[in-house]
Design a protein around this ligand. Structure first.
Ligand SMILES: Cc1cc2nc3c(=O)[nH]c(=O)nc-3n(C[C@H](O)[C@H](O)[C@H](O)COP(=O)(O)O)c2cc1C
Length: 179
């Protein structure tokens, strides 16, 4: 589902100490948002709960970043990444996000132990110098995705990221935590 919001150039910045928190079910539908999530997204809690998390997806974000995000969390690992999000009024806000799977203990009816029940995400204010680096990488990734067309977009976008990280000898996680 697309949010169809027209982006504006207005930035809203997270403050030091702000934490934007959300929880989703296993399919990425919002089950919890904290007050700061509500403030930055511009929606009411009622408008948010039950919606797909792509309600705050900004069109400047490469698809291949979300592909990596989902691959990582579905396999049970935690994901770190910089994300440009869009508010209801078209403003944008950058976050540094950590997303982790939430597992069942096996205690609930019908839930097997170790099954992924949903995901939990905490975002904090990114450092502006890091945003500059990431913004230009994402621009290159987006361009590659658009030039290739939908079918090969993920491969093309991911290649830009991989080609940049590979010479450093790091993996994605080490790279993103080191910039
Ligand atoms: C816990 C959790 C948090 C997420 N946080 C964001 C977020 O802040 N911004 C965002 O655009 N997508 C976020 N996503 C990814 C979205 O589910 C979705 O994949 C993304 O917005 C791309 O949307 P699309 O697949 O419809 O293009 C999150 C997913 C999960 C499971």
């Amino acid at each position: 589902m697309k949010n169809n919001i027209t982006p504006t150039n207005k930035e809203i910045s997270m403050r030091d100490g702000d934490l934007i928190v959300s929880k989703t079910d296993a399919k990425g539908r919002l089950t919890y948002c904290n007050q700061i999530f509500i403030e930055f997204s511009g929606y009411s809690e009622q408008e948010l709960l039950g919606q797909q998390h792509n309600i705050v997806r900004h069109p400047d974000m490469p698809r291949s970043v979300f592909n990596l995000l989902w691959q990582t969390i579905k396999s049970g690992d935690e994901f770190f990444g910089y994300v440009k999000n869009i508010s209801k009024d078209g403003s944008y806000y950058w976050v540094f996000a950590n997303i982790t799977p939430s597992y069942s203990t096996g205690a609930g009816a019908g839930a097997g132990a170790g099954e992924i029940l949903g995901y939990f995400s905490v975002r904090r204010k990114p450092e502006p110098e890091k945003i500059k680096i990431i913004e230009s990488v994402y621009k290159n990734m987006l361009t590659a995705e658009q030039q290739t067309g939908a079918r090969d977009a993920i491969t093309a976008g991911t290649k830009i990221l991989t080609d940049m990280i590979e010479p450093t000898g790091k993996d994605y996680r080490e790279f993103i935590l080191s910039i």
